[in-house]
Write a protein that binds this ligand. Structure first.
Ligand code: FAD
Length: 430
């Protein structure tokens, strides 16, 4: 089958590889000059089923109010107040009930764990090619914070391994924290999580797809999908038209706009984050990936040289003053955690997570019979990439996918957000 994949971020490149392996004729288009120039470029690199809980949690309205008053810790809402921000915000707030949070988090965990297991179980892209490690992730808390009331129950119900650590336990797990000036009181350690550079993985996956016969067309933007009745006949790009038997949309944040031309209204909204990467020669690099939950900052080492700190969540696209403020705060925090980088100059990057209100992607069949969606992965696109790609490849081949796809349906927000189905909550959570 001749298949067009729109977008060469982490979602598109691993999808192109999964489809090439199936023997399809794959053509991947991206408006940028190379793979992974969007949200996949310098993200935190955490493959983290252990903390893929929905951001729309009970009490989220209070957090939004605090951030409106300028009191939010690492979270803010960026004006202008457009209709799409208001709609997205209203839908996001609706997801903040206990039942919806549990249902959304369970569905996220299922896809994240499936994806991680596929990725870590395969050996075709060696760890060294993307600075990968399968050594676990520490989720850290201060004196006055602790894991959410259902976090451990959700992990247990999904069969995820985790360990609760006290102050001494977390220092044993991550020795660089001995020298940190910021102190953590406790942590949850998920030994089966891992880290790696998503952009390097995307480049490697694309290289493998091309070896299998895929073509990569960079600098060629898809303007619209060519619709013919209930099917897609191909795509219209800024260089001409291209026929295809099937189209997979993996355009991240821009998927919303692209799909709007075919009549879809998907609530995918940018949530901005910041990343600083240091080149570090010191042998005492972070041993495992980590997230400071109260500070909303993650860090990880990639290979022998790079240590990256990533954080914050600004809903929308911030102005330059806010961006500078965020980078200063991130750099100051990085020096507290890892004083050895005090004199190093990091390279900075700003990225936008393609967020949906329930923090779940749009994954699987669309209304048009040969159009497939793999977009809107929010803060978890690297974690969910390999599983999402396999699911799309299964569906196109006519195989039953490994997961129930109803939580990720494209039409779950039709009629202004009336949700058709929710994932059943595990019986062990009362
Ligand atoms: C600061 C930050 C930290 C993060 N940390 C993590 C993490 O630790 N773990 C995790 O799992 N996730 C993380 N994420 C989320 C993750 O990065 C994203 O979910 C993921 O990169 C989305 O991948 P994608 O391929 O869907 O989108 P993108 O990487 O944005 O790729 C979309 C591609 O489509 C192309 N494109 C768009 N429109 C068109 C068009 N019309 N025609 C042709 N090409 C088009 C773009 O050029 C781009 O290359 C983080 C995100 C940010 C911003």
């Amino acid at each position: 089958m001749r298949i067009v994949v729109v977008g060469a971020g982490i979602a598109g490149t691993v999808t192109a590889l999964a489809l090439s392996r199936e023997g399809h004729e794959v053509h991947i288009f991206d408006g940028a000059a190379e793979a992974a120039r969007g949200a996949s470029h310098a993200n935190a690199g955490l493959i983290s089923p252990g903390h893929c809980f929905s951001w729309a949690e009970p009490g989220v309205a209070g957090v939004a109010l605090k951030s409106l008053l300028g009191l939010g810790d690492g979270i803010s809402i960026c004006p202008p107040w457009t209709p799409s921000l208001l709609r997205w915000g209203a839908l996001f707030a609706r997801e903040g009930t206990r039942e919806r949070w549990l249902s959304n988090s369970k569905a996220a965990l299922a896809l994240a764990a499936y994806s991680r297991d596929l990725q870590f179980g395969a050996s075709d892209i060696p760890l060294d090619d993307y600075g990968g490690r399968h050594d676990g992730i520490l989720y850290l808390y201060g004196e006055s914070d602790k894991p959410g009331p259902y976090d451990e129950a959700l992990l247990s119900a999904a069969g995820e391994a985790f360990e609760s650590l006290d102050h001494d336990g977390l220092l044993n797990c991550e020795p660089i924290l001995h020298a940190a000036t910021v102190k953590f009181a406790r942590a949850v350690f998920c030994p089966n999580d891992g880290t790696g550079d998503a952009a390097r993985y995307a480049t490697a996956a694309l290289g493998k797809a091309v070896q299998l016969g895929a073509t990569a067309r960079f600098g060629e933007k898809v303007i619209r999908l060519d619709i013919s009745g209930n099917t897609v006949s191909g795509v219209e790009t800024d260089r001409g038209s291209f026929k295809a038997d099937a189209v997979v949309v993996t355009a991240g944040l821009s998927s919303r706009q692209l799909l709007a031309s075919a009549g879809y209204t998907l609530p995918i909204y940018p949530v901005t984050g910041y990343s600083i990467s240091y080149r570090v020669a010191s042998p005492s690099r972070p041993r495992v990936g980590a997230v400071s939950i109260p500070h909303k900052v993650a860090w990880a080492a990639f290979g022998e040289e790079t240590v990256r700190f990533t954080g914050f969540a600004d809903i929308g696209v911030p102005g330059s003053v806010k961006v500078e403020e965020r980078f200063r705060a991130l750099e100051a925090f990085a020096c507290e955690v890892y004083p050895e980088i005090r004199d190093a100059k990091p390279s900075r990057w700003v990225g936008q997570r393609p967020m949906t209100p329930d923090n779940l992607p749009f994954l699987g069949a669309a209304e048009h019979s040969n159009l497939w969606l793999n977009c809107g992965h929010g803060a978890m696109g690297w974690t969910m990439a390999c599983g999402s790609a396999r699911i799309v490849a299964d569906l196109i081949r006519g195989r039953e996918p490994a997961l129930d796809l109803s939580p990720y349906r494209w039409d779950r927000y039709r009629l202004l957000g009336r949700r058709s189905a929710m994932t059943p909550i595990p019986a062990s959570i009362s």
